[in-house]
Design a protein around this ligand. Structure first.
Ligand SMILES: [Cu+2]
Length: 312
């Protein structure tokens, strides 16, 4: 019995050190850029855009459960105001790591991505609704270590939704949910929907029968998102993006403001189909929150893989 316990403890020690050896430190740097960006596919409607590295949403950060993120935020001297960074997966001190930094300053902190999932990150400088409404948000994906109940996806796409307020300086209106005129998907209305906007240049693509995985974040200022794939079903919904929280077979799942989640859809294997991924709250769908997923044999092999998990 004693020998058995000894062998067991040796195996356990070897296993734990192997796990630690696999965990990495991932360096991430983001630089604030205050600019203007279009919210429509034609490129005519410009918005005030405060950004991380110039894009809305910011770049996708992707690490593995247990990894350490070594993060630096740079706020250049020519910025007009303080900014900050808040990763929803980071367990730190809100008054320290997430504190704002003035133009010309930088901020460095580290955190361990302890739980798998899909998490929002955003600027938390005051007034926070204005900084988020101006585009200072993005997604960090923490891939799970345990993939027993997490089938491999054939394609992966990131979608981030945001209410568009043309006048973000009116923070009272933001708080009262007044005056939003659009729903942005990855920064633009109907971004991947040529059915409702002939200027839309891209759609999500997959082959019939492939497992398509959507990493979704609700970056709305106030509203939840009733995420539904029209002409399809969610095969699995991993609440928060964590496979320990798996729901099977849903038509619609409600995503709270700031919530992230992972949504798998598998189209019929025997024919080409189209699915429209919408916020079924009509006020959002008809103002831009519709994304077309085309399942067809000649799907672009690069889409939904590598850098193209977020289509720019
Ligand atoms: Cu900011």
């Amino acid at each position: 019995m004693r020998k058995f316990i000894l062998v067991l403890s040796m195996i356990l020690t070897a296993f734990l050190s192997a796990q630690q050896a696999i965990a990495k430190t991932v360096k991430v740097t983001m630089t604030v850029l205050e600019t203007k960006l279009p919210v429509d596919n034609e490129g005519k409607v410009m918005r005030e855009a405060w950004t991380f590295d110039g894009t809305v949403p910011g770049k996708v950060v992707r690490v593995r459960e247990g990894d350490t993120v070594d993060f630096t935020l740079v706020n250049p001297i020519n910025s007009s105001m303080p900014h900050s960074m808040d990763f929803h997966i980071a367990e730190v001190d809100v008054l320290k790591e997430f504190a704002s930094i003035a133009p010309g300053e930088s901020k460095h902190f580290t955190f361990t991505a302890r739980l798998p999932g899909v998490y929002m990150y955003h600027c938390g400088a005051m007034p926070m609704p204005q900084h988020i409404a101006n585009g200072m948000y993005g997604v960090i994906i923490v891939d799970p270590k345990d993939t027993k109940n997490y089938p491999k996806a054939d394609r992966e796409y990131v979608l981030v939704q945001q209410q568009y307020f043309p006048d973000t300086s009116d923070t009272a209106a933001l708080l009262e949910n007044r005056g939003w005129v659009g729903s942005l998907i990855n920064g633009k209305m109907f971004r991947y929907d040529p059915v409702h906007d002939s200027n839309a240049k891209q759609v999500l693509e997959a082959k019939p029968g492939e497992r398509v995985r959507i990493f979704f974040v609700n970056a709305n200022i106030n509203n939840p998102v009733a995420l539904h794939p029209i002409a399809g079903l969610w095969d699995r919904v991993y609440v928060g993006g964590n496979p320990k929280n798996t729901l099977f077979g849903l038509a619609t799942y409600n995503v709270a403001a700031s919530e992230g989640g992972t949504f798998d859809i598998v189209s019929p294997a025997d024919r080409s189909t189209n699915v429209a991924i919408v916020d079924h709250a009509m006020g959002a769908a008809m103002r831009g929150a519709i994304t077309v997923l085309m399942n067809k044999p000649d799907a672009d092999p690069l889409k939904g893989r590598g850098d193209q998990i977020i289509l720019r």
